[in-house]
Design a protein around this ligand. Sequence first.
Ligand SMILES: C=CC1=C(C)c2cc3[nH]c(cc4nc(cc5[nH]c(cc1n2)c(C)c5CCC(=O)O)C(CCC(=O)O)=C4C)c(C)c3C=C
Ligand SMILES: [Fe+2]
Length: 427
Amino acid sequence: MPDPSLSQTRTPEEEPRSESPASGPGISRRRLLGTAGATGLVLGAAGGAVGYAAAPSGATPLTSVGATKVPFHVKHQPGITDPLQSCGHLLAFDLAPGAGRKEAAALLRRWSDTARRLMAGEFDAQGDSDVARDAGPSSLTLTFGFGHSFFARTGLEKQRPSSLDPLPAFSSDRLDRARSEGDLWVQIGADDALVAFHALRAVQKDAGAAARVRWQMNGFNRSPGATARPMTTRNLMGQVDGTRNPKPDEPDFDERIFVPEQGEPAWMANGSYVVVRRIRMLLDDWEKLSHTEQEGVIGRRKKDGAPLSGGDETTEMDLEKTDARGNLVVPINAHARITRPDQNGGAAMLRRPFSYHDGIDADGTPDAGLLFICWQADPLRGFVPVQRKLDRGDALTPFVRHEASGLFAVPGGAAAGEYVGQALLEG
Ligand SMILES: C=CC1=C(C)c2cc3[nH]c(cc4nc(cc5[nH]c(cc1n2)c(C)c5CCC(=O)O)C(CCC(=O)O)=C4C)c(C)c3C=C
Ligand SMILES: [Fe+2]
């Protein structure tokens, strides 16, 4: 039976008509996709070789999202100060038994070459899986780091920075050791899920017999273009999250986030330390709070991220402001109050998280939250003092649970012709 919807007139907001032989003139692609099941049957019955989801023959050029490229050979590795991408994969690898420094060096060389190629949008026409073939690089970034255990496995203990010493235990930790730490860490980010997956497979294949995946976590952020204007992203609690991140144009940004050029150890010049925490959000409990209660937990308005003391998202928070009863407008234990650098001896970090959702547990609770990723020149002057403070009384703590943790040394960017970590592995 013919699909009755095909005879309807097109609305003005529909895409230009497709010239595809499958659809015939006058039938838009959106119309075809919107009536997918029935149309597919009709086309199939008519003996057409093309399925209902076939693309129109008039190729659509790459959008600015697809065409955006991030350079690989830069001073600081990509994926640290670049804008948040909509898809992320985090992987930790352990070196295989018997693999040491030589195998690790060869692996980092392979990974760096893959990262350079894929970030530039280059594909190996022969050996490629074609998963990302039609897409541009879509802001793909790959970032590589070394965990504490890497150095003993490769006989490089003397090169291990003290900043990689294990993080202290915190009271909200419920850590799954199997999903924590690791010899090597890879962060993949892209604004297209297929591009990100393609890079993930390449990284996994490059590992070959040298290293095995220890854990993998997948995350997401808002898609570029989803909001009417560029905005700070929201997390799964619905809060505007990222407002008060240090900005690259601030005079102390580099000092806070990166190991200096002349810093120690020398192989970490221009590098950074990343703390990765899988933080589950107890959403059923959180969503029982009223909007006003939720705002008190953070100290900022949900609607626009403005401080409860007034103004808009970027207005400085007035920590002293009181209401008619003399109560602080921004509660004393509000998360955005107690995490501030000026409340923590200057401790600062660059937060660059992904949200995650890994299904629903048997008891009906969502396995969802934040892949909290923060960057700093030294975790003892960034994450650690702030997390200690959160432990002592953060209004957000009852609604979150830290389920996995990792700390990795992320060297500076590779110069042209070199690979990430070369100064460590060949130094
Ligand atoms: C130890 C560091 C931090 C953890 C862990 C953490 C978890 C966490 N945070 C939110 C939501 C928000 N955080 C906000 C601000 C903020 N958070 C931290 C640190 C940690 N957060 C810092 C350093 C700051 C900035 C403080 C400042 O300089 O003012 C905000 C407010 C908006 C913003 O500035 O980004 C929100 C919202 C969640 C949901 C969470 C764990 C799941
Ligand atoms: Fe926070």
